[in-house]
Design a protein around this ligand. Structure first.
Ligand SMILES: CC(C)(COP(=O)(O)OP(=O)(O)OC[C@H]1O[C@@H](n2cnc3c(N)ncnc32)[C@H](O)[C@@H]1OP(=O)(O)O)[C@@H](O)C(=O)NCCC(=O)NCCS
Length: 228
């Protein structure tokens, strides 16, 4: 595919995705993401031909102009939309499919622990929200959404929504993924243990007590309601 064809497809995506886009010409002139991708496409071509210094210089120009830092060796599909864009970083071995949307502040970076392939792979149709970081050679499955501010360190299955730090899957194929998200509460657990022992002592002493409901699942009193 020629650079011109790729640019046309990128503009198609902008016009389909951004309700704020008024027309193709204006988008081409004013969208930082479109500009950075256009320069990347030239830089990538030069990189593949072995003109690495020129390719890196082009990337530097794009970064100065747009605040978007794309390594010329990264592999990026078409119909890609980098919205707003400032602060986006795309590392050398990152791979991005088609129909991907990235918002401002997204990092597709390395963890510092890997050599060789050390940046993420985003399959087709992935959306990465503002300020999210995807780190290491992880794979984000087709059609997945990464929530704003998330930090993703593991592979993500297709059509998932991931949020949080570290990122966890909260939805898949539009359905909520149920998770036990309670944190252990050692004080509550200790009170529940004391409560259980007091109750047992009262029972042994023949005292009718009014049990209150301070229990944890672990210390559940097996159906005794204690409300004598
Ligand atoms: C993640 C996101 C894409 C929503 O995806 P979704 O599949 O529609 O998911 P939902 O909105 O149903 O949210 C699922 C759960 O994740 C939570 N959640 C959503 N986004 C979150 C985030 N960024 N951080 C933490 N939790 C988040 C929701 O509160 C919800 O939790 P609940 O079920 O306990 O109420 C979206 O919320 C988001 O982050 N958008 C940001 C887009 C962006 O960058 N815009 C910038 C424009 S300039």
């Amino acid at each position: 595919m020629t650079i011109k064809e790729a640019q046309k497809r990128d503009l198609d995506k902008i016009m389909e995705s951004d309700p704020a886009a008024i027309d193709r010409r204006t988008a081409a002139m004013t969208y930082a993401g479109y500009k950075a991708l256009s320069i990347y496409r030239r830089a990538h071509k030069s990189w593949l031909k072995g003109h690495k210094r020129y390719a890196l210089w082009l990337s530097w120009q794009a970064k100065k102009e747009t605040g978007i830092d794309i390594h010329p060796a990264a592999t990026i599909g078409t119909r890609v939309f980098i919205d707003h864009g400032v602060g986006v970083v795309i590392g050398e071995t990152a791979e991005i499919g088609d129909d991907v949307v990235l918002y401002q502040g997204v990092t597709l970076g390395g963890t510092g622990k890997h050599t060789g392939k050390r940046h993420p792979t985003l399959e087709n149709g992935v959306m990465v929200s503002a300020g999210a970081s995807i780190l290491g050679p992880v794979r984000i499955g087709e059609g997945s959404k990464i929530g704003a501010g998330s930090v993703v360190l593991k592979d993500v299955p297709p059509y998932s929504t991931v949020v949080g730090v570290p990122g966890r899957v909260v939805k898949q194929y539009g359905e909520r993924v149920e998770m036990d998200q309670r944190l252990p509460d050692p004080v509550l657990e200790e009170f529940a243990r004391i409560n259980k022992r007091v109750f047992a002592l009262e029972q042994a002493a023949g005292i009718h007590s009014c049990r209150y409901s301070l229990t944890t699942d672990e210390d559940n009193m097996d159906g005794e309601d204690g409300n004598d």
